[in-house]
Design a protein around this ligand. Structure first.
Ligand SMILES: Cc1ncc(COP(=O)(O)O)c(C=O)c1O
Length: 382
């Protein structure tokens, strides 16, 4: 029986304390959402989106795939704006970052080609690689020596799948060195800018643009559900790459396009950010507050971004650390294995423009307590 088979799998998860369930937001201090710049909660942006939608032809849904009834001049004009923001030849909007990554890695590499992906790359890159007919290998996180060994063995067109800012560790990829290595082996970098879109670069253009390497990276993926505070994503690349994706990327072809409201939200969010770009500095100042006050926390993974990680190995450890913080009105979430490798279970702290310095100080003190006194207390009880 289907229900019995599913029950067994769910029960196993439950016994391993890994059962996932949907939760509603808590009303505690937000140290867990991806709304780094506070755009998702901006009343001003909300009003600008409503006004823009009011002035568009009143239509609720896209009514079809972009290749059928779901395309219109407005969507194309927003794509042109995105191509300008991200300094690329052409941009193509996708319904989410997940489907954009899936599209790139499942459609561009062909049989006989090679995909090399960082072992910490997001699931959607790995899923895309699995769907592809190309062979695929992981390389050790940010380890260029390991990558070079694998590049030597790669065949066909080579695709290097990396993230600007890694979603679980918050650390940055060594983009300049990656570009040099990619050039040496004639490899094509696929850069997922999910956690840098908005937060880095002129007008929120991300890491590659911030360090002027965008022209060296054939495929860039930008997502709008994190620092941009809205939803959707786009792929930026040459006219040829975009044309190819329109023809061969199944996650683009076989789905209903985003509704006009979402397209308007994308246009408004980028316009809003270009007028409030100092939010990036405010975020940096919050990050600095965290870094200064968390120096003595030993189990931190080095990161300069809005994503900060404190290791609490073991699912129970990480879970109880998060629980302690939540009881103290600090909403930090535990990331458990198998989402992260066993032994690297952690607290993932997300910092935002709207977190006050006082809140960040309280958080640092509470984490210090968890990693020192409380830990000693618990060890003493063992
Ligand atoms: C690195 C990375 N890429 C892609 C995605 C997926 O983006 P979206 O939420 O727009 O589907 C995420 C979201 O969790 C992510 O962290």
């Amino acid at each position: 029986m289907l229900e019995d088979a599913l029950s067994q799998k769910l029960e196993k998860r439950k016994q391993e304390s890994l059962l996932r369930s949907l939760i509603t937001t808590s009303g505690l201090t937000d140290f867990y959402s991806n709304d780094y710049l506070g755009l998702a909660r901006s009343e001003e942006l909300y009003q600008q989106i409503q006004n823009t939608v009011q002035n568009l032809p009143h239509q609720n849904g896209a009514t079809g795939s972009r290749l059928l009834s779901g395309n219109n001049a407005y969507t194309e004009s927003v794509e042109q704006q995105l191509a300008t923001v991200f300094a690329g030849e052409r941009a193509l909007i996708f319904n989410s970052g997940y489907t954009a990554n899936l599209a790139v890695l499942s459609a561009l590499p062909q049989r006989g080609d090679s995909i090399l992906y960082d072992e910490r790359a997001h699931t959607c890159m790995k899923d895309g690689a699995r769907l592809s007919l190309a062979q695929h290998f992981s390389f050790r996180h940010n380890d260029l020596n390991d990558l070079e060994q694998k590049l030597k063995k790669a065949s066909g067109q080579i695709f290097l799948a990396v993230e600007s800012i890694y979603s679980m560790d918050g650390d940055e990829c060594p983009l300049t060195d990656l570009v040099t290595l990619a050039e040496k082996y004639n490899a094509n970098i696929v850069l997922d800018e999910a956690h840098s879109t908005g937060a880095y670069g002129k007008n929120g253009s991300g890491l590659a643009c911030a360090v002027s390497l965008q022209h060296k990276i054939p495929v860039r993926i930008y997502t709008f559900g994190k620092a941009m505070g809205i939803h959707g994503a786009c792929i930026v690349g040459s006219e040829k790459i975009i044309q190819y994706l329109i023809n061969f990327a199944r996650p683009f072809i076989y789905t209903t396009a985003l509704p006009p409201h979402s397209i308007a939200s994308i246009a408004c969010a980028f316009k809003f950010l270009s007028n409030t770009i100092s939010l990036q500095n405010t975020l940096q100042s919050r990050i600095n507050t965290f870094l200064v006050n968390s120096k003595s926390i030993a189990q931190r993974i080095e990161s300069k971004s809005a994503i900060q990680t404190v290791l609490f190995p073991g699912n129970e450890n990480a879970r109880s650390a998060a629980h302690y913080l939540q009881q103290n009105r600090l909403d930090v979430r535990a990331i458990l294995s198998p989402t992260v490798p066993e032994g690297s279970e952690r607290l993932r702290v997300c910092l935002h423009t709207y977190n006050t310095d006082e809140e960040i100080l309280t958080l640092c003190k509470a984490i210090k307590y968890l990693t020192t006194e409380k830990k000693q207390h618990l060890e003493h009880l063992d």
